[in-house]
Design a protein around this ligand. Structure first.
Ligand SMILES: Nc1ncnc2c1ncn2[C@@H]1O[C@H](COP(=O)(O)OP(=O)(O)O)[C@@H](O)[C@H]1O
Ligand SMILES: [Mg+2]
Length: 254
């Protein structure tokens, strides 16, 4: 018997409605993310990557299907959304640190307020994480004193501070100057080494190829192709995947 995946999506359907127009953004999406693996979501802008992550974090309600976290149906209307979000760490493209709080306070806020961890313990864990992510001296700084790469690493520390079961990373290097991308990706690499389960939406194809155990190519809300990194990047089966990767290679991004 195989163990329960950390995350499972079953026939997830998501539509956005605006007045008379209905847009299907996710169509029968199935996905399984086993513990200690990394899944990369790739695909053109608008293919549904962010929406998928937002549905997992219950920021969006799905129209059909179900999402399971450690086997629990988190899309069941009776599920406690706050309790679910406490088990999931999220980092977005823009760092979203609170500007009026020190790095340390940004990081200890959720553990203290939401998880009821006492200050000393929350700060100890925060400092330990900051050290590990190369931000040892930055606990007392305000976000605007940090580089973009440092801010994004601090945002990752904040997501890790609550010991999440699953980490969702949405284009976390997209807003960074090119020379700062590497330091953030290297943190993700380390987290993978440590066994963190992650789902990553990314345009960094070289990184996705290197770090992902599973790659899902989304096309207009459909998982058109999935497989190991070697399968999807090395021998894509679908014409649209081939086309997408060809353009990326031509742009020198793979
Ligand atoms: N809040 C929203 N309301 C209406 N349409 C949306 C909303 N958010 C995203 N969309 C649409 O959903 C589709 C998928 O978007 P998104 O998930 O952001 O794709 P990706 O992250 O792959 O670029 C796009 O067509 C986008 O315009
Ligand atoms: Mg997106």
């Amino acid at each position: 018997m195989t163990s329960t995946p950390v995350l499972r999506l079953e026939s997830v359907r998501k539509t956005y409605r605006a007045r008379h127009k209905e847009t299907v953004v996710l169509r029968d999406v199935d996905l399984e993310v086993p513990a200690h693996t990394v899944t990369a979501l790739i695909g053109a802008s608008g293919s549904g990557k962010s929406t998928l992550l937002r549905c997992v974090n219950l920021l969006e309600e799905i129209d059909d299907g179900a999402i399971f976290l450690d086997g629990d149906d988190i899309t069941d209307p009776r599920a406690d959304a706050d309790a679910v979000r406490r088990r999931i760490g999220v980092v977005f493209q823009s760092y979203n640190l609170f500007p009026h709080m020190s790095v340390l306070d940004n990081i200890t806020l959720a553990p203290r307020r939401v998880h009821g961890v006492d200050r000393a313990e929350a700060e100890e864990r925060a400092r330990e994480l900051l050290e590990r992510l190369g931000l040892g001296g930055k606990a007392g700084e305000y976000p605007d004193r940090l580089s973009g790469g440092q801010q994004q690493r601090a945002a990752i520390v904040r997501a890790l501070a609550v010991r999440p079961r699953l980490l969702l990373l949405d284009e976390i290097t997209a807003a960074l100057d090119p020379e700062l991308v590497g330091e953030v990706l290297s943190v993700v690499r380390d987290l993978k080494e440590e066994g963190m389960t992650m789902v990553i939406a990314t345009h960094e194809m070289g990184f996705a190829r290197e770090v992902a155990d599973q790659v899902c190519f989304l096309d207009a809300g459909v998982v058109l192709e999935r497989g190991t990194s070697a399968e999807v990047f090395g021998a894509p089966q679908e014409a649209r995947t081939q086309q997408f990767l060809k353009r990326i290679v031509e742009a020198g991004r793979l």
